[in-house]
Design a binder for this molecule. Structure first.
Ligand SMILES: C[S@@+](CC[C@H](N)C(=O)[O-])C[C@H]1O[C@@H](n2cnc3c(N)ncnc32)[C@H](O)[C@@H]1O
Length: 212
């Protein structure tokens, strides 16, 4: 019987549902915490801000963000965690029951189910290289971000990091491998301003032994 092929997002959903079922969501917290905390410091978050965690996985970073934008003199900040894996989203919801300012949404970076001009800041941790159509994802990010909004894309798998390239063939889904300069160019092409690439040192013990 002929079968309808899976879309690229469906393939990602299937693969990351498998990761979630194998407990990878929690392991990623241990692997990504150091670089994520350093990046969150750069985000200069304030109470009242609206933040998107794109490719939020099991939601541990979403919760870090939610604590920083919660109630303050400038209002009650909100964080939206979005992921293509419904199993990651389910785990994230389960672990975030005590948070009133988090909403998890199942969806794709290529079609962000949110209104325009909304988010003050966006964080995406070790997720951007998986997006099948990165141009489309950047168009969507530009649409949902508020004027003067700031985007923080944190990735370890890129062409200038030779060590990370061993993972390209080991992963069961396709990934983009661009250089830092190519990423800067890509963001500029999508009308983002003041684009810069920075190295975030990873002080996690055995950081090189893992990826993504
Ligand atoms: C390596 S994990 C990182 C998860 C989380 N940010 C962390 O650091 O623990 C990559 C995540 O990106 C999500 N993802 C991949 N492609 C996506 C897409 N097209 N749209 C939304 N999320 C996506 C995956 O489901 C997965 O949860």
């Amino acid at each position: 019987m002929p079968e309808k092929p899976q879309t690229p997002d469906e393939k990602l959903q299937q693969e990351f549902n498998r990761w979630a079922a194998e407990g990878e969501g929690e392991k990623m917290e241990r692997h990504h915490l150091d670089i994520t905390e350093k990046t969150i410091r750069l985000m200069n978050l304030r109470p009242g801000e609206r933040v998107l965690d794109l490719g939020c996985g099991s939601g541990w970073a979403t919760r870090l963000l939610a604590r920083l934008v919660g109630e303050g003199p400038e209002g009650f900040g909100q964080v939206v965690g979005l992921d293509v894996s419904d199993e990651m989203v389910r785990q994230a919801r389960e672990a975030s029951k005590d948070f009133e300012n988090i909403l998890y949404v199942w969806g794709s970076a290529q079609q962000i189910p949110w209104e325009e001009n909304f988010f003050d800041k966006v964080l995406s941790v070790e997720s951007f290289y998986y997006y099948p159509d990165q141009d489309r994802a950047l168009m969507e990010l530009f649409r949902v971000m508020a004027p003067r909004g700031k985007l923080f894309i944190l990735i370890n798998l890129y062409n200038d990091n030779q060590y990370s390239l061993q993972w390209v063939d080991k992963l069961k889904v396709k990934v983009h491998v661009r250089s830092a300069a190519e990423y800067v160019e890509l963001l500029q092409k999508h009308a983002f301003e003041n684009v810069e690439a920075r190295r975030i040192p990873d002080d996690t013990p055995n950081a090189r032994a893992r990826c993504c």
